[in-house]
Design a protein around this ligand. Structure first.
Ligand SMILES: [Zn+2]
Length: 264
C-alpha cells in the first residue's frame, strides 16, 4: 500500500514538473527572443542577459543610464557592455526599473553610485517587504531575492531628465503592484507589461507570473490613452523578453490586444 502511494506521488510529481516545463517553454517559446545590439537607434544598446534585456543609454558627461538591471546578480553582461565603451560600474548614473522581478533587477546593487528609479507602488516589492503575490511566484521566490532600495520613487507620467535624457514613466500596475513602462528617446519600453509574439501580435502580462493580470490589461488601455498625444514620438516599442516592433505597428497591435481583451 505504502509503495503504491509512493509511486502515485512520484508520477504526480513528474507530471507537475513536466507541466511547469511545458508551460515555461510555451510562455517564452511564443515570444521573439532578446537580442544584444544597437537595434533601437539613437545609440540605445540592448544587452541580452539570458532571458531578459537591459537597455543602455549614453547620456551627457559620459554617464550611462540603464533600464532594468538584468538576470545575472554579478551584472556580468552589463559590465561587459560598459567595458566595451571604456566605462565601469561607477559610470552608471541612474537605473530605471520596469518592475522588481528577479530577472529584471538582479544586478541593481552592483551599481553603487546609481540613483534607482521605480514607481512608488513598486518600492515595497523591490526592498523585499511585500510578496509578489502571483500564482507561480513560488518558482522565482515569493519575495524579491535581490532586494534593493528605490532611491527615487516615480509618479505616473512623471518625466525625469538625467544628464540630457528625458524619460517619462507610466504606471501599468498589474504584472506587479507598481510596474512601469518608460518612454525615452523615441522608444517605448514595455518591460513585462506586455510582450510581442513571434506573430507580431501583442500579448498582455502573463497570468501565472503576474500579481493581477486583469488589472494589467486595464493598465495597458489606460496607457494608450495617456500616450496618445505622444504617439508620433514612438519609433519603436520593445519588450524585455520578446524583442521590438516599429512604433506605429506596435501601438496598433497594442490597441488591438486591449480591444480584444477588455471587459466590455
Ligand atoms: Zn516580470
Amino acid at each position: 500500500m505504502f509503495k503504491t502511494i509512493l509511486k502515485v506521488v512520484g508520477v504526480l510529481a513528474a507530471l507537475f514538473v513536466l507541466t511547469i516545463g511545458l508551460l515555461i517553454g510555451y510562455i517564452f517559446g511564443l515570444n521573439q527572443k532578446p537580442r544584444s545590439g544597437p537595434a533601437l537607434g539613437h545609440g540605445i544598446e540592448q544587452i541580452a542577459d539570458s532571458i531578459a534585456t537591459t537597455y543602455y543609454f549614453e547620456v551627457g558627461g559620459g554617464k550611462v543610464v540603464l533600464i532594468d538591471a538584468g538576470n545575472d546578480p554579478t551584472g556580468a553582461p552589463i559590465l561587459a557592455a560598459l567595458k566595451s565603451h571604456g566605462k565601469t560600474a561607477d559610470d552608471v548614473e541612474a537605473i530605471f526599473i520596469t518592475h522588481a522581478h528577479p530577472d529584471h533587477d538582479a544586478a541593481v546593487n552592483v551599481f553603487k553610485k546609481a540613483k534607482v528609479y521605480a514607481m512608488k507602488d513598486e518600492a515595497y516589492v523591490a526592498d523585499g517587504e511585500q510578496a509578489y503575490g502571483s500564482p507561480l511566484s513560488g518558482l522565482m521566490g515569493k519575495f524579491n531575492p535581490h532586494p534593493f532600495k528605490v532611491t527615487n520613487p516615480l509618479k505616473d507620467q512623471e518625466t525625469v531628465n538625467v544628464d540630457g535624457l528625458n524619460i517619462t514613466a507610466y504606471e501599468v500596475s498589474g504584472h506587479t503592484p507598481g510596474s512601469a513602462v518608460y518612454l525615452a528617446d523615441g522608444v517605448l519600453f514595455l518591460g513585462d507589461a506586455a510582450s510581442i509574439g513571434s506573430n507580431q501580435k501583442i500579448r498582455g502580462p502573463v497570468y501565472l507570473f503576474s500579481t493581477n493580470a486583469a488589472q494589467g490589461i486595464a493598465s495597458l488601455g489606460a496607457l494608450l490613452k495617456k500616450l496618445e498625444p505622444r504617439f508620433h514620438e514612438v519609433e519603436f516599442i520593445t519588450s524585455s523578453h520578446s524583442g521590438t516592433l516599429p512604433g506605429p505597428q506596435g501601438l496598433s497591435a497594442l490597441a488591438d490586444y486591449v480591444k480584444e481583451h477588455s471587459a466590455n
